[in-house]
Ligand binder design. Structure first.
Ligand code: TIU
Length: 230
């Protein structure tokens, strides 16, 4: 691979050092992607997030074939929920008569306790299971830097640039991208490998990333990246 790779993106081409760039895949977990998971129970429409699985698997295949680093994150909590931010727990508490919150974090769903580490629903979908050699970061918040070792892991691996995908665009993906930008990482989200529960929110979230000469970073497309990696 050339030392520096560039592909078309907004607001302008994204150039990244091949030796210092990780593919960061946010929360492609059964709890966010499958029926009766946490996201679905919260009222999320699964059509678009499910459509992001295949392209993500395709990019992952290319990325892996080049031996480039991959980081997967998983949102969830220890079984006693002591690592769950109280605001998150409170706002997702069951209100009487509120069907959307009939089940909350830690309750038992058909795929196990919702968003609890070690449960079937908390794990990655079959298509996107990590390799042994890849980094998995368990995170209690929306942003992947909050109360995790992600910063330390990226620094230790010499990573300066991130290609970002995952779910949901409006929630954990752009929260993490903004956190990464504040910490000095150059970030490019890819439209095909990220999606959310509400199409206008995806559009707005990604527009805000590259608006104003790249306020938080870049937004690109997968095919030009794959082409640039050939
Ligand atoms: N609720 C929602 O859209 N998402 C999350 O809570 N987590 C992630 O985005 N991963």
């Amino acid at each position: 691979l050339p030392e520096s790779i560039s592909f078309s993106a907004k607001p302008y081409a994204f150039s990244f050092p091949s030796a210092a760039t990780a593919l960061l895949i946010i929360d492609m977990q059964r709890d966010f992607l499958l029926e009766n998971g946490f996201g679905h129970i919260q009222g999320g429409n699964l059509t678009n997030v499910q459509a992001a699985i295949k392209p993500t698997a395709r990019l992952l295949e290319t990325w892996r074939s080049l031996g480039l680093p991959v980081v997967h994150t998983r949102e969830g909590h220890v079984p006693d929920l002591s690592d769950c931010p109280s605001s998150k727990l409170v706002r997702q508490a069951a209100a009487p008569g509120n069907k959307q919150h009939a089940q909350i974090i830690g309750d038992k769903g058909p795929m196990g306790r919702l968003l609890v580490r070690g449960e079937y629903g908390h794990d990655f979908v079959d298509e996107l299971q990590p390799y042994e050699s890849e980094i998995v970061v368990d995170k209690p918040g929306k942003g992947a830097f909050y109360n995790t070792r992600l910063m330390e892991i990226l620094k230790k691996n010499g990573i300066t640039h991130l290609i970002i995908g995952g779910v949901t665009t409006e929630c954990c993906v752009t929260t993490t991208l903004r956190e990464a930008n504040d910490r000095g990482f150059e970030c490019c989200a890819l439209t095909e490998i990220t999606d959310g529960y509400n199409p206008p929110y995806k559009t707005a979230s990604l527009d805000m990333v590259y608006w104003s000469q790249g306020l938080f970073g870049y937004v690109g497309s997968m095919d030009p990246l794959i082409e640039a990696l050939k």
